[in-house]
Design a protein around this ligand. Structure first.
Ligand SMILES: C[S@@+](CC[C@H](N)C(=O)[O-])C[C@H]1O[C@@H](n2cnc3c(N)ncnc32)[C@H](O)[C@@H]1O
Length: 318
């Protein structure tokens, strides 16, 4: 990695992440004192620590974190719980295989807290931050090839425009894509933020005008939507009957995926409507617990503005 950026070492990841809706997650997980849980997105470890602190010494957690820097810095926080938590540096898309490998089956609850950790946004060198300079990277998994640099500098106009519109909900996607292409090569986050800002000439808002574009590029780089879909689907079978699945989303496309998975898992037939008789043998596996998404209280949003777009959805294994 380039040395020209100030916060260049992984040590700067020792920052913190304020966990979102902890009380709500504990409530909806319906914590059993001796239960076993899976935290698919360890991040700063806030939800895992809250579960460990609400359970007895026989209760265990399996936690996944795909990002090696987050994994290393968070693991340090769990030394006093080392007998009760198994932390794996892997993607939750592999959660079934991981759970089998470490002897976790039929757990009492699973939590997914999607998106980035504050630790990603508070350093420049990983390329997620609009405010701190760094190389255009944005990979959660540093062993994958595709980076934000590749997306920004090699995608054609229509692919770039499409992802800005679809994943960022960006209304000025055409102008932004054009501006990016005209200013290539772009190799740093601050340069990209400045190029995007040109499209919003008199911007005076509170939220940086490049926020949606950065989010869209991050989703593309990490294939986030496919990963979320596959990860959540494969986690369902790891729940025991009565076990709870809690998912915190921050983006409308994530919400759509969660809603579809939950809805499909409640149905007793997935055949097209025009089939005269059912041929799918599909059995419902989930019951929806939160008919309406749970959102953070105003008090929490005041304390932690980054949680303002969070919404929690919960289902229970039948
Ligand atoms: C919002 S943070 C989680 C925060 C955490 N709940 C806490 O209380 O600190 C999301 C975390 O998920 C991680 N992540 C993203 N994609 C992942 C994946 N496919 N598998 C495992 N972890 C992933 C990110 O690196 C990030 O640390």
């Amino acid at each position: 990695m380039d040395n020209e950026f100030q916060d260049v070492s992984a040590d700067s990841f020792l920052g913190s992440h304020e966990p979102v809706m902890v009380d709500e997650v504990l409530h909806f997980l319906n914590i059993s004192p001796s239960g076993n849980y899976i935290d698919c997105t360890l991040g700063g470890g806030g939800h895992s620590i809250a579960i460990l602190d609400s359970t007895e010494s026989s209760s265990r957690i399996l936690a996944c974190e795909v990002d090696i820097d987050v994994f290393r810095s968070s693991s340090l926080k769990f030394s006093e719980y080392s007998k009760r938590i198994k932390i794996v540096n892997d993607s939750y898309v592999n959660v079934s295989v991981i759970a089998e490998r470490v002897g976790f089956s039929k757990v009492d609850g699973i939590i997914f807290d999607l998106g980035v950790s504050s630790m990603h946004l508070d350093v420049g060198y990983r390329g997620f931050s609009i405010m701190r300079d760094g190389p255009l990277d944005m990979r959660f998994n540093l062993s994958q090839n595709l980076t934000a640099y590749d997306v920004v500098n090699s995608y054609n106009f229509s692919d770039l425009e499409h992802l800005l519109r679809m994943y960022g909900g960006e209304k000025k996607s055409r102008q932004i894509a054009r501006e990016i292409i005209q200013n290539r090569p772009i190799s740093t986050t601050i340069k990209l933020a400045a190029v995007i800002s040109k499209v919003f000439n008199n911007w005076r808002g509170r939220i940086h005008p490049a926020t949606k574009s950065f989010q869209a590029i991050r989703i593309e780089v990490n294939h986030e939507l496919k990963t979320i879909e596959n990860g959540i689907k494969s986690s369902i079978n790891l729940l025991k009957s009565g076990g709870r699945l809690c998912v915190i989303a921050y983006h409308s496309l994530e919400v759509q995926i969660i809603r579809n998975i939950f809805r499909e898992a409640t149905l007793d037939c997935l055949c097209p409507r025009w089939f005269p008789v059912c041929r799918c043998d599909h059995n419902p596996s989930l019951k929806i617990i939160t008919q309406k998404a749970v959102t953070p209280t105003l008090e929490e949003v005041k304390k932690n503005p980054r949680c303002r777009s969070a919404s929690l959805r919960v289902a229970e294994h039948i």
